[in-house]
Design a protein around this ligand. Structure first.
Ligand SMILES: *Cc1c(COP(=O)(O)O)cnc(C)c1O
Ligand code: SF4
Length: 382
């Protein structure tokens, strides 16, 4: 039997932990449940695979059978065990397929036109100094709002040696590239050895200054983010990680352990959330999320307005809502806890933060204060 990583062993022992309780649902030992490879092998892909303790809504059962053509469904047993037994549960809304996905008039397959911006397969080169390098196609959970639903012709792309080598060659031959964002899919769904090999290859390229990962494993498969993985990555600093918590319900003790392993290894961890209807579309929910993230040393980085991706009309919300939330945050939360609100487009990320500039009066600048009053900053305009 494969052993559970040490730092998660604690949760196996604690009888009231999610790990211990959920292992019982799946009739395995908690040590087995805390093994990330077991979680991946037992990804829940059809209603029959759910234990009786986790009930499905009729809408979701139908979703599983009808939705494969649009976007496959799959959840780790861990993430499924985080779900509450009610339709409005924010975890359910993110992960469970629903028939509503068929009612979306505006959604597109590739809303960021990433394919047009890929000079070689899976390297998205939009900004001069940085690239997104999509080495992975698999994910622990298939988030229903994912903007990379298209998954190109998925089979065989996950950590494909040929594609990775061509990507590395492209990066090596472009000295303007200083920052490589390793993403996917989820790049942490791979062995420590293949990840180390990839990072080592990038470190051989002198102009690559920072290497960062975009991974949702702290949220969807925290057992993957072991102390061993974190220490290995730390050998290749500067390494940064961005993860993807959308609601405070996702910050379980297991998830907190995953980010703690990273930050204790000196890896700065940021968070990219997506604003989603019913999941986090209120100032109170975003505030609780961001405050809790900072308490665990995770810096809220971006709050993305939902991408115009097919099958997500029921999860999208308006920029008006987003701006109202952003306005509430400023003044009520530490600056550290406030992300930048972004509309992501094929031309790049566009910040759409609330505008406090009211105008100018001659050379004076007129501003709205956090309390909603007018402030005249003398001579600041020109
Ligand atoms: C988001 C993104 C990046 C990283 O952008 P930052 O604003 O630096 O975080 C780089 N390349 C592509 C194609 C992206 O979509
Ligand atoms: S983890 Fe990221 S890439 Fe994977 S399905 Fe979720 S949003 Fe998409």
């Amino acid at each position: 039997m494969e052993l559970a990583p040490d730092e998660f062993f604690r949760f196996c022992q604690e009888k009231d932990s999610l790990t211990h309780r959920a292992a019982g649902y799946f009739k395995v030992a908690p040590e087995q449940f805390a093994n990330w490879r077991w979680q991946m092998r037992h990804q829940l892909q059809s209603p029959e695979e759910f234990p009786p303790e986790i009930a499905l809504l009729a809408e979701e059962t139908a979703g599983f059978s009808k939705l494969d053509s649009l976007f496959r469904a799959g959840l780790t047993p861990y993430y499924a065990a985080l779900m509450q037994n009610q339709a409005s549960c924010p975890i359910r809304l993110q992960a469970m397929p629903r028939m509503e996905e068929f009612s979306d008039a505006l959604g597109q397959a590739d809303p960021l036109a990433e394919r047009l911006h890929s000079p070689v397969k899976e390297v998205v080169h939009l900004y001069p100094d940085r690239v997104a390098f999509c080495v992975a196609m698999l994910c622990p959970v298939y988030c229903r709002y994912c903007y990379r639903k298209r998954r190109d012709e998925e089979s065989g792309l996950h950590f494909n040696r040929v594609i990775i080598n061509k990507g590395l060659q492209y990066i090596a031959s472009n000295s303007a590239i200083r920052d490589v964002l390793i993403t996917g899919g989820d790049p942490f769904i791979s062995s420590d050895e293949s990840l180390e090999h990839l990072v080592q290859s990038l470190r051989k390229i002198p102009h690559v200054e920072i290497i960062r990962f975009g991974t949702r494993t702290p949220v969807t498969l925290p057992y993957r983010v072991t102390h061993t993985l974190s220490k290995m990555l730390a050998k290749y600093h500067p390494i940064w990680v961005n993860t993807h918590f959308n609601c405070v319900e996702e910050l379980s003790p297991e998830a907190v352990q995953a980010v703690t392993n990273l930050v204790n290894a000196g890896i700065p961890v940021g968070n990219q959330a997506v604003l989603l209807r019913g999941v986090n579309d209120s100032a109170e929910k975003i505030m609780t999320l961001c405050r809790t993230l900072v308490r665990h040393r995770v810096r809220p980085y971006y709050l993305f307005h939902p991408h115009l991706v097919e099958g997500t009309a029921h999860l999208r919300t308006s920029v008006k809502t987003g701006l109202a939330i952003m306005k509430e945050l400023r003044g009520k939360l530490s600056g550290y806890a406030i992300p930048t609100y972004i509309v992501d487009t094929p031309e790049g990320k566009i910040p759409v933060n609330y505008n406090y500039i009211l105008g100018n009066d001659g050379s004076d600048l007129l501003l709205e204060t956090p309390r909603g009053e007018i402030w005249r900053e003398k001579g600041a305009w020109e």
